[in-house]
Design a protein around this ligand. Structure first.
Ligand code: AMP
Length: 287
């Protein structure tokens, strides 16, 4: 007999709450892993981490239109719920919450949650709609699921810091856990968007993490930030990336700039966003 729990699917807040409140009545702890589907091993590692801190794990699957600009890939974003369901059942997830769009955005919806500070630089500058869309949908998911704990990937490092800020600022009663980035053999961070890469582009993509690691080592060894950033940008161009949105060293918590010289004792993170062809990749590593 299989050890796996049966995977329930809920499409409405009513069905979701019915199940979650039944678990709560039994005194069980509930974990949430928000996703946009097209699942891969990175997502499943979040489910496994959630299972370490919670008795029941809910994965939400919602491709959130509010966090895409009109020029971005909302329509073409990879989707495949049947496969996602199989993977989640295998990983030990208990409930898939795949809401109908009106459960998230009912007619007349007019509220946006805006997180200041850490939302502003990097992704915030390039994708002005993004963190407002994320903070709003995550706040809704927290209210709908009412989890004790929620797991987010360090893959989207700025997003993780934005959510930590949101939870602190609004006293949301949920513990946030950050999960390490899962990578392919050559170090490319797993991402649903990697499916867009051609075979040649995929080879180039694998160099991003190598260049970032080199940059982190140089800064950790006392090298000047400005030099490390310039060398990394040159290396990215030489490796065949078509454009660089940013490759920077930032303070690891609030993502503020650290100045052009050595970082001293500051906790720091290298963050990058680059494009190959039509595909935009983001990654980050600790210094
Ligand atoms: P997404 O479906 O891309 O919105 O991602 C859902 C969650 O999975 C987010 O918390 C991401 O940070 C996380 N995630 C995505 N890729 C990875 C990865 N390679 N390793 C760990 N977590 C990831």
């Amino acid at each position: 007999m299989s050890e796996r729990p049966a995977l329930t699917v809920a499409r409405t807040v009513k069905d979701l709450r019915w199940q979650v409140f039944a678990w709560r009545a039994e005194g069980l702890r509930v974990g949430l892993v928000p996703t946009m589907g097209a699942l891969h091993e990175g997502h499943l590692s979040l489910v496994r981490l959630a299972l370490e801190s919670a008795d029941r794990v809910v994965v939400s699957l919602f491709v959130n239109p509010a966090q895409f600009a009109p020029t971005e890939d909302f329509a073409s974003y990879p989707r495949g719920e049947d496969r996602d369901r199989e993977m989640l059942a295998e990983a030990g997830c208990h409930l898939l919450y795949a809401p109908d769009a009106t459960e998230i955005y009912p007619p007349g919806f007019s509220t946006t949650v805006t997180v200041g500070g850490v939302s502003a630089p990097l992704e915030g500058e390039r994708r002005p709609q993004f963190f407002g869309g994320v903070a709003t949908v995550v706040t809704k998911l927290f209210n709908q699921v009412a989890p004790d704990v929620a797991v987010f990937g360090e893959k989207d490092y700025q997003q993780l810091q934005v959510i930590r800020r949101l939870v602190r600022d609004l006293d949301l009663p949920v513990q946030i856990i950050g999960a390490p980035t899962r990578r392919a053999e050559d170090g490319l961070a797993l991402s649903s968007r990697n499916a867009y890469l051609s075979a040649d582009e995929r080879v180039v993509a694998g160099k991003l993490n190598v260049i970032m690691a080199q940059m982190a080592r140089s800064v950790a060894a006392g090298g000047a930030v400005i030099t490390a950033e310039a060398m990394a940008a040159d290396a990215l161009r030489a490796a065949g990336f078509d454009s660089i949105d940013y490759i920077e060293v930032r303070h690891a918590e609030d993502l503020s700039t650290l100045g052009p010289g050595p970082i001293g004792d500051s906790p720091a993170r290298v963050l990058a966003a680059v494009k190959i062809g039509k595909t935009r990749l983001i990654d980050n590593i600790a210094v």
